[in-house]
Design a protein around this ligand. Structure first.
Ligand SMILES: [Ca+2]
Ligand SMILES: [Ca+2]
Ligand SMILES: [Ca+2]
Length: 271
């Protein structure tokens, strides 16, 4: 079995679950290529920020901040899933402030107002099992929010995935992706039959294009206090069409279509 770039990264990440400042959790983890690794959810156990000194993550996703959530998406449509990590506040044990009724020496939990927000991170999948942090070159340096959840969605329906970051006691931040649709893409909106599962939760799509097969599944509840859109978005790289699309619904229904032109939104209803 050949491990994919994301698969190798996940293996390394799972082995080295600790970052320098801890995390609340890591978001949904997808294996887009059909290699049997499957999809999964990696949620490291809660640890007090700053208490670990884990090894650097060999995949290149070591993060110096207190992370709250993460989400995979192929923002540049090259067929490899990239990773956005929402980071929370500048808290560490050596920056542990005193909050509460100080004259009576009663110490309580510090509200997030006591700390500054920190930068989020965007990791581009290099396609070789490693990621490269590209937030600055992608223009994500202007403001530092107190990130809690992150989701991807093509908000303006122009063929590339934009991001929404749910910040703690701050405005939600919307990031429009400019240029992510320079490569080819396909967007599938799956529908289920009947009242039981109209959103087609659990339906699985396999897209074969440009010599690769990518798999994704309709899910819900994907990030902290937020949720990805239900549409499945596939980056096809330089492939101007998909040789085949296969859909499997949880009911057992299946559908297969051949020779599908790229750069379009397809609404596919359970037969
Ligand atoms: Ca990518
Ligand atoms: Ca877009
Ligand atoms: Ca765009």
């Amino acid at each position: 079995m050949t491990k994919t770039a994301v698969g190798r990264a996940l293996e390394v990440t799972a082995r080295n679950r600790r970052s320098e400042r801890g995390s609340i959790g890591i978001g949904p983890v997808a294996d887009r290529r059909e290699d049997g690794e499957g999809n999964g959810l990696v949620v490291p156990p809660w640890r007090h920020p700053g208490e670990s000194r884990g090894p650097p993550v060999a995949a290149g996703v070591a993060n110096p901040w207190w992370s709250s959530s993460a989400a995979f998406a192929d923002y540049d449509a090259d067929g490899d899933l990239d990773l956005y990590v929402a980071n929370y506040v500048d808290f560490a044990m050596d920056n542990n402030k005193m909050c509460g009724d100080l004259p009576r020496r009663i110490r309580t939990y510090c509200h997030s107002d006591a700390y500054e927000g920190v930068p989020d991170a965007l990791y581009r999948n290099e396609g070789d099992g490693t990621f490269r942090e590209v937030a600055a070159e992608a223009g994500l340096t202007r403001r530092h929010g107190k990130g809690l959840g992150v989701v991807w969605s093509d908000l303006d329906l122009d063929g590339d995935l934009d991001a929404a970051i749910n910040n703690h006691d701050q405005r939600t931040r919307l990031l429009r992706n400019d240029g992510g649709n320079a490569r080819h893409w396909l967007r599938l909106q799956l529908r289920g039959r009947g009242a039981g599962n109209r959103d087609a939760i659990g339906a699985r799509a396999t897209v074969a294009a440009g010599g690769r097969r990518q798999v994704d599944e309709v899910r819900s509840g994907t990030s902290c206090g937020s949720e990805n859109e239900r549409a499945l978005h596939f980056g096809l790289g330089e492939a101007g069409s998909a040789e085949q699309i296969e859909i499997h619904w949880p009911s057992g229904a299946q559908l297969r279509v051949e020779a599908v032109a790229a750069d379009q939104i397809l609404v596919i209803v359970e037969p």
